[in-house]
Ligand binder design. Structure first.
Ligand SMILES: [Ca+2]
Ligand SMILES: [Ca+2]
Ligand SMILES: [Ca+2]
Ligand SMILES: [Ca+2]
Length: 378
């Protein structure tokens, strides 16, 4: 708790208005979704076709209160609360259930945990909820916390999106772009093939998730049996997002012509953690950008394999040691060399690049297609 107090004061001093989510779950008071504890700054994503679902936990048959509202920019505590923190905005939150005073917006018979010390809630969503962000926090009676005997749970934040999420190993999703086709070098693409194995292909014609990275298929733009087209390899490798409940591949259109794909908590197949990889396709300007984000990559021992880069699928390109000594090597080749810029960490490609362990952790690479129609790395 000392660390959190210091962090809280630090944030106050900086005047940062982002939410804190200071309180954490424990046996005497918890709020979880799908068996998962909330992670500060990472809302639970829910699609408009799904529901907000969570479980309040604590001692058997004890009363609890449940609040809903926006997260507070600055969490609140009081000496009487014995180190418990309230993470919602006090003036905006509403009281859904009050097992202490018998009030609230929901029926009072659900104001007490059951004999197993649980109370579960499911709120179905609809398209009207798109974009809604709302947090829930509960207070559970806890005889071990004097003087008020109140245990605050962690606050769980939920974000409702049109995002599509899939889990599993070797899954390819053909994603129809909600706002309409993207235009790339005079061609329009209404559908993307997005693979759990770390690649995105324009055209939507892939028929399998292709776990085997291939320099040849990369430069011709034909992964997964797709007809030739541009391909983004964020980390084309045999990845796996089917081993645990926090893993997923999430595709979402953040705004018209800006699409983000996240491989969340991915493993190298079968189960070696690789971390989170992310790519944002930004077609809002005149020259499209492809931001590949490796700040969440966290393999303990990065392997000498995997393919990273952007290819127009024209059959040529430039193999490059993308990062040397932590520094991104910007390049803007033209002609056939400008049809792709990439690194296969096994060393394949032209010109030859020495095999090396994946060394992009912590970096964001900004690939661009210039007005002249060539791939560059900024
Ligand atoms: Ca607590
Ligand atoms: Ca491989
Ligand atoms: Ca795989
Ligand atoms: Ca390197």
């Amino acid at each position: 708790m000392h660390v959190k107090l210091i962090l809280g004061m630090f944030i106050l001093l900086l005047g940062v208005a982002s939410a804190q989510q200071v309180e954490v779950n424990d046996a005497g008071g918890s709020l979880t979704s799908g068996g998962q504890d909330p992670v500060p700054g990472q809302p639970f994503l829910r699609t408009v076709n799904g529901s907000i679902d969570f479980t309040v936990g604590g001692g058997p048959s004890l009363p609890f209160a449940l609040m809903a509202g926006p997260l507070a920019p600055t969490s609140f505590t009081d000496p009487l609360l014995s180190g418990e923190w309230y993470d919602l905005q006090p003036l905006s939150a509403i009281l859904l259930v009050d097992g202490f005073g018998g009030g609230g917006m929901l029926p009072s018979f659900i104001s007490q945990l059951n004999g197993f010390g649980e109370a579960s809630f499911v709120f179905p969503l609809s398209t009207a909820a798109n974009g809604v962000e709302i947090a829930f926090q509960s207070i559970v009676q806890d005889p071990t916390i004097s003087p008020l005997f109140l245990n605050f749970t962690a606050a769980a934040d939920f974000l409702v999106t049109t995002a599509v999420a899939v889990t599993g190993d070797d899954v390819v999703m053909n994603y129809s772009i909600p706002s309409g086709p993207l235009t790339l070098l005079g061609q329009t693409y209404g559908t993307l093939s997005v693979s759990t194995n770390g690649w995105i292909q324009f055209g939507g014609g892939a028929v399998f998730a292709d776990p085997t990275e291939s320099t040849g298929e990369f430069v011709t733009g034909t992964p997964g049996g797709a007809p030739a087209g541009p391909i983004v390899a964020v980390l084309w490798e045999d990845l796996d997002v089917g081993n645990g409940p926090t893993q997923a591949m999430i595709v979402e259109e953040l705004m018209p012509a800006m699409i983000r794909v996240t491989w969340q908590n991915a493993d190298y197949f079968p189960s070696t953690p690789a971390g989170t990889l992310r790519c944002t396709l930004d077609f809002t300007g005149t020259e499209p950008h492809f931001l590949m984000d490796y700040t969440g990559y966290q393999a303990a021992t990065p392997p000498f394999e995997g393919l990273v880069g952007l290819s127009l699928g024209g059959g040529g390109g430039t193999a490059l040691d993308l990062v040397v000594g932590g520094v991104v090597q910007s390049t803007a080749p033209t002609g056939a060399q400008g049809l792709a810029v990439f690194q296969n960490f096994d060393g394949s490609g032209v010109p030859a690049v020495a095999p090396e362990a994946f060394d992009l952790a912590g970096l964001i690479l900004d690939f661009q297609i210039s007005a002249a129609g060539f791939v560059s790395l900024l």
